[in-house]
Write a protein that binds this ligand. Structure first.
Ligand code: GLA
Length: 705
């Protein structure tokens, strides 16, 4: 049966909004008080069933009960005591909105509900969008001051993008990602307490420490089974999501940009738009949820999803700040020999940048390192058949730089507070139009001057002492800085269609659907240890597809952890994403170089599966984990399996591959053996892992019938 097409509809007589996707229905009813109230999110229900659901706004049975009908965006009025997604203050001190529903518009899979405050000049549009074939529902809010010029500003203390509500479940579990620098994307599964749980970043970046993605289930879902509701916010600055499980068993969450304590003003005629907060219901477990997010990111987020991510060579772990033309050229030659398709010159090439104490802000080649500029290197890299990439950190400045000496006022600072330096650097205030214009001009010129094909756009500090001296609405910097970063990336891409951008913030500190809408991949973590990477990659894959996950093979022992691992194991882990090389290749033995070149060839063979196929996470027994990538048409398959530590007396049994078709047969391309699909799905494949720790294998299967 063909999947149900996605659609949005509004029935004005019943005040009923229905968003239909292939596997779910999302419904809203306009409450008697004019506020849109959540009705249903989950398995498909028809209109009759939806109309039979309890009335949205029921009067409180007791003066101590809260209003039982969850809001689509709680407006801080009435008997509502949960986290208000909209918090406004008017000039006379009155707080909150009281809505009249003023109509709706439907266009191209997009629905907007129009609301106006009954007394004050405030209007809101709640936006909903569905895309063909996807279960993801995108939501956002636009708030407008509709008053006359002399009506004074409205203060916005909070403007969330959306609130989400679950059906009643016997229990609730919160699945989310936590971490830190070098240990991003650690998947955490916690029973949701009867309380408000806040997930947030107050750093001005998405953050290493928490991600604006959550998934909820009843505590029993696994990779293949169980209902999962998940949401992801498309925002690359500070954010907050508050999940509320109340004592009578209702769970809602509200989320958006900014952290607590910020406030923004809107003047007459002005609007404030939120980022998109996208939601997804999946009936078939965490694996299906991830695959649906991956598909959404490919069809609705990434700017160039169909382009293969190149095999990158990046010089950072090889040379650090000790960068010069001869050294980079010798690395580039070996990288080309190994099959790299892109050479990225990392930190240290510009200004007075011989350490992290100086130079940020001065984006001209360092004469001692590149006496003739970057052209000779860029030309040679191109001649070797690779694209040329450059590391930049445009939002940052060292005090010891010409830029800071010329424009000390451009940094984010509060005039009466010490400006905290992090990694010896300060942050430029991109919310200032002249700073945004300077950054765009500088990057645009770099592309033109040096034939740059790729930027690795880094951000190695977060916001402290946020201030914008002299500005009437200084908290705008939390929104406008991030918007300026997005805008510059968008302009660069539009003006240079071949340019690709990798998002980086000290590793994976800025990974979200907002940054991915204008970049090609994320530098997942500064930690390149393959054992640690298995967990990091597992967490990353919950939301993001493998094509967006940059993964390098680096030297052993690893610079961060000191762990020694075989080259093959390092490759097999990194081959699960967008493969790169990051070590000091000039120190690799001839044997290692040959093995590496063969593994790069192998990666390119499976790249269509890894970067464009469906991903299945597998957990085998005895400390074994694996990822299975299947082509969209189910004919080609690649399985990467890793077992970091062996336990004596625990040989690895077969690894079941449940995504295969039990009725089909599959040829193991490397072994020349054909297996029945039934055996592979149930008994599993014999991995025949090499003895010892850090064992790994790549298995390639082709469907024969
Ligand atoms: C950050 C990045 C690294 C590297 C350094 C350079 O830490 O994540 O990959 O680019 O900066 O200073």
């Amino acid at each position: 049966m063909p999947p149900t097409p996605s659609s949005v509809s509004f029935d004005p007589t019943r005040g009923l909004v229905v968003l239909q996707t292939p596997n779910s229905v999302y419904a809203v009813r306009i409450g008697a008080d004019g506020s849109p109230r959540h009705l249903h999110w989950g398995e498909p229900l028809d209109t009759d069933a939806l109309c039979g659901l309890p009335a949205a706004a029921s009067p409180a049975a007791s003066s101590f009960e809260t209003d039982p009908a969850p809001d689509e965006l709680a407006p801080q009025t009435g008997a509502r005591f949960g986290q208000a997604g909209l918090q406004v203050r008017f000039a006379d001190g009155t707080r909150g909105a009281q809505w009249s529903f003023t109509g709706h518009t439907v266009r191209d899979g997009e629905l907007r509900l129009h609301l106006a405050d009954r007394h004050y000049p405030l209007a809101a549009e709640l936006g909903y969008r569905v895309r063909p074939g996807s279960d993801v529902i995108e939501r956002w809010v636009e708030l407008t001051h509709t008053g006359a010029d002399d009506s004074g500003p409205i203060t916005v203390d909070r403007l969330d993008s959306a609130a989400w509500t679950l059906p009643a479940l016997p229990d609730y579990r919160l699945n989310h990602l936590v971490g830190g620098w070098n240990s991003e994307f650690q998947l955490q599964r916690d029973r949701l307490p009867v309380a408000e749980t806040v997930l947030t970043s107050r750093r001005g970046l998405t953050s290493h420490h928490a991600s604006p993605w959550i998934a909820l289930d009843d505590g029993t879902a696994d990779e293949e089974h169980g209902e999962v509701w998940s949401t992801a916010l498309a925002w690359s600055g500070s954010w907050r999501i508050t999940v509320h499980r109340d004592p009578v068993g209702r769970t809602t969450w509200t989320g958006g940009f900014g952290h607590e304590g910020l406030s923004w003003t809107i003047q007459p005629g002005q609007s404030l738009h939120t980022p998109v907060f996208a939601g997804l219901y999946t009936p078939d477990g965490f694996g299906a949820a991830s695959r649906a997010w991956h598909a959404h990111i490919r069809t609705g987020v990434l700017p160039a999803p169909d382009r293969d991510r190149p095999v990158v060579y990046n010089s950072w772990e090889a040379t650090g700040f000790d960068v010069d033309q001869p050294g980079q050229l010798s690395l580039a030659r070996v990288a080309a020999r190994l099959g790299a398709e892109l050479f990225v010159l990392d930190d240290g090439w510009f200004g007075g940048r011989t350490s992290d104490r100086a130079g940020l802000g001065d984006w001209t080649p360092r004469p001692e390192a590149f006496p003739d500029g970057l052209r000779p290197l860029a030309d040679e890299v191109h001649r070797l058949g690779m694209a040329f990439g450059l590391w930049v950190e445009p939002e940052m400045v060292n005090r010891d730089s010409d830029l800071y000496r010329a424009h000390p006022d451009w940094v984010v600072h509060a005039a009466t507070r010490d400006a905290t330096e992090l990694r010896n650097q300060l942050m430029l205030n991109f919310a200032r139009p002249e700073v945004e214009a300077w950054a765009h001009r500088t990057l645009d010129q770099l592309v033109r001057d040096h034939d740059v094909d790729w930027f690795k756009w880094d951000a190695n500090r977060v916001v402290t002492e946020a201030g914008w001296a002299g500005h009437p609405d200084p908290d705008r910097l939390w929104i406008d800085h991030t918007r300026a970063v997005h805008r510059i990336m968008d302009r660069l891409r539009a003006d240079h269609p071949g340019l690709r951008i990798e998002a980086c913030a000290g590793g994976g500190g800025r990974a979200d659907l907002g940054i991915l809408a204008r970049t090609d991949q994320v530098w997942t973590s500064d930690n390149t240890d393959p054992v640690d990477r298995i967990n990091i990659q597992h967490g990353f894959s919950q939301l993001f597809p493998a094509q967006a996950m940059a993964a390098w093979v680096t030297d052993s022992p690893n610079v961060t952890t000191g762990r020694t691992t075989p080259l093959r194991f390092r490759f097999h882990v990194a081959m699960a994403g967008a493969l790169g090389l990051g070590g000091d290749l000039t120190a690799w033995s001839e044997e290692e170089l040959e093995e590496a070149a063969a593994l790069v060839i192998r990666y390119k063979e499976i790249r269509p599966l890894v970067q464009h196929g469906h991903q299945y996470r597998l957990h085998g027994p005895a400390g074994l984990t694996a990822v299975h990538y299947a082509s969209q048409d189910d004919t080609e398959h690649a399985v990467l399996a890793w077992r970091p530590a062996t336990r004596f007396g625990h040989p690895a049994p077969g690894l079941p591959l449940p995504a295969l078709d039990p009725a089909a047969h599959y040829l193991d391309i490397d072994e020349g053996i054909t297996h029945s699909g039934a055996a592979l799905t149930c008994q599993g494949i014999d991995l025949r892992l090499p003895a010892g720790d850090y064992a790994s294998r790549l298995i390639r299967l082709r469907r024969t019938v």
